[in-house]
Design a protein around this ligand. Structure first.
Ligand SMILES: [Zn+2]
Length: 295
């Protein structure tokens, strides 16, 4: 009897030892391979758990790589912004192609130049930018053409002078639509034709902040603005308004100024209170048109 008990006990010990060995040999690789604890809950599906874990890890690794790429992109953008000159500190003459906006890996070639058109730069030698052509001025214009209307305010009022109204036209001239006296409108059309032929990228980015507006010069009482006669236009690049009186302007406007000068227009950059979005017909040009019977 005792021998039987001893035999059964020995058998249990042997069986337990066998089970232990089986458990150790079958579980061990799983616990070694499983890189992260916490995946061992599904004890009965070892291979499936490992695959799921590997897929999960691979997915996370991909996400980390994507994030690293995004960080690198943001880094290069920050560097690009830091390399831009502070507004107004850039060299005034447009040295095309050599602008600091040209980022070798991304922003190469024509794009860098196109971006530069809206860049704000200091106006070089601004009081002399119009050379020998002169502003007509309100007194000269009133004697030359008559008052556009009797009472002026700070708002755009209708033109009442019948002679001037007879010369007024509203038409599209290239990239913008304006209301101006006919010879000025035709002259502006030629300016834009020349700009389009020489620099179509700049041409495509021109917009207007207004042409005809019968009003007094802001800050004065009754001094007639050149806009009142339909002889002036305000322009900008990409619709960004220039800041009045800060001595700075968009690079594209400095280029446009050359085309206007050729047609006998004065650039407002030279005014005592710098107004670089403003272009108006010069006194000499008006006198020439008068001599030719156009005005
Ligand atoms: Zn103006």
């Amino acid at each position: 009897m005792r021998a039987t008990i001893i035999a059964i006990a020995a058998a249990i010990v042997l069986l337990a030892a066998g089970l232990t060995w089986f458990a150790v040999t079958s579980m061990a690789p799983r616990s070694v391979d499983g890189p992260v604890g916490g995946f061992g809950d599904d004890v009965g599906t070892g291979t499936a758990v490992d695959s799921a874990a590997r897929i999960e890890i691979e997915f996370m690794r991909q996400q980390i790589e994507e994030l690293q790429e995004e960080i690198a992109t943001l880094d290069s953008r920050i560097q690009q912004i830091e390399q831009r000159p502070a507004p107004g500190l850039a060299a005034p003459p447009p040295i095309l192609g050599g602008e600091p906006l040209a980022e070798p890996s991304q922003n190469t070639g024509p794009n860098a130049i196109i971006d530069a058109y809206a860049q704000v730069v200091l106006i070089a030698n601004r009081r002399q930018v119009n050379g020998k052509i002169n502003v007509a001025g309100p007194r000269f214009l009133e004697e030359f053409l008559g008052r556009p209307r009797e009472n002026l305010s700070d708002n755009c009022d209708p033109m009442t002078n019948p002679k001037l109204r007879g010369m007024l036209k509203t038409e599209s001239v290239g990239p913008i639509r304006v209301s101006m006296l006919d010879p000025a409108l035709q002259s502006l059309r030629r300016v834009f034709e020349n700009v389009e032929a020489a620099d179509p990228d700049l041409y495509a980015r021109i917009s207007t902040a207004g042409s005809l507006c019968v009003r007094q010069i802001r800050g004065t009482r009754g001094r007639t603005s050149t806009h009142s006669f339909g002889l002036a236009v305000d322009l900008n690049i990409d619709g960004k308004l220039d800041t009045l009186g800060d001595g700075k302007t968009q690079l594209g406007l400095t280029i446009l100024a050359d085309f206007f000068r050729t047609e006998g227009w004065v650039w407002g950059a030279s005014f005592s209170r710098e107004d670089s979005m403003h272009f108006e017909v010069s006194r000499q040009q008006l006198e020439q048109w008068r001599a030719e019977g156009k005005i």
